[in-house]
Design a protein. Sequence first.
Length: 397
Amino acid sequence: MLTQGMARRITLDFLKTESGSGVAIAVAALAAVAVANSALSNAYFSLIGAPFTLQFGAFHETRSVLAWVRDGLMAISFFVLGLEVKHEALRGELANPRRLALPITAAAAGLVVPIAIYLLLNLGSGPALEGWPAATGADIAIAMAALALAGPRAPPALRTFLLTITILQNLGAVAISGLLSAESLHLPALGGAATALALMFLLGRWRGAPYLFYGIGFILVWAFILKSGLSTALAGLAAAMAIPIEPRKPHRPGVIEDFVEGLHPYVAYFVLPLFAFTAAGVSFRDLAVSNVASPVAFGTALALAVGKPAGVFGASALLIGLKKARRPTGAGWADILGVSLLCGAGFTLSLYLGQLALEASPAQAQMRLGVVAGSVVSTLAGLAVLAWAQARRPRSG
């Protein structure tokens, strides 16, 4: 049986890795923008657009390097996210229904408000209207890194509050946009994915099942989902739900914890920064003033920098004001505002969802610009508010 102390340590390790990953993601995104506007610009765009063929057995697929990073490697990051969701639901903060009202309501409002802002600004824009998923992302790593930087003495409950909101937002955003992005479903492939997933659930009943078998099951689910037309993010989340949480030996971490500890560092320091580097590159030379102020760019930036914080903070204030929930222990209103602003740091997930929604659309560059601008503004504003709250917080001892 996994003890409460072990579950707490696993969560703290997850948070620590996320904080460090945020710095790597920010550096990678800035490097992408710098390279895309340098003498290496042509080489950069040629590299991420180069076709690459993946073949094993009957599986044969050719996509660009950027598409493989998005649809291949990023599926692993959603697998880890799914594992963390399951862990939190069974052993962590999400396991306590009494504490869920505030983050669930805040997360829902943090999805609805930015979507509404984006849609209002893009009415009549044709295909660009479909870019609303870019306004829903919340980059856990960036948010946790900013909180650690600006509020090292922030109450632990505030960190848990931010983690819970971003996890719930990402889960909802990926599920909704993943289903809506499917233009045409390939039913035989979808049946294959369902069969492979069912086998993974059956495998979970085998207490000593080799981890390699779970890996093979994940690859099968991913390959079938890729062929089905659905987002591979759903493959990662679905496969994670099939991983058992029970430990293989008494007083040892469970299977989920083993996977999180084994995969999370690679996702945090390799997969996410690599995706940020391949997806965040925007050439300003190709953007006219009209593109910078376009409804897609402006709508995405405004949705992230204003819509998300307004939704999260507004819903939190309403629920607390009606005495339907309590503030996180030790947190003041400035702390909650700072955390709400950090929820607008979409970065990797917003870029991911925006690419799926605007595949092959000329508005994709505008979307990238909006994501980067909105995320930077949200992060800097959140840092400033949290630093101010930190300065006002009494020092212990």
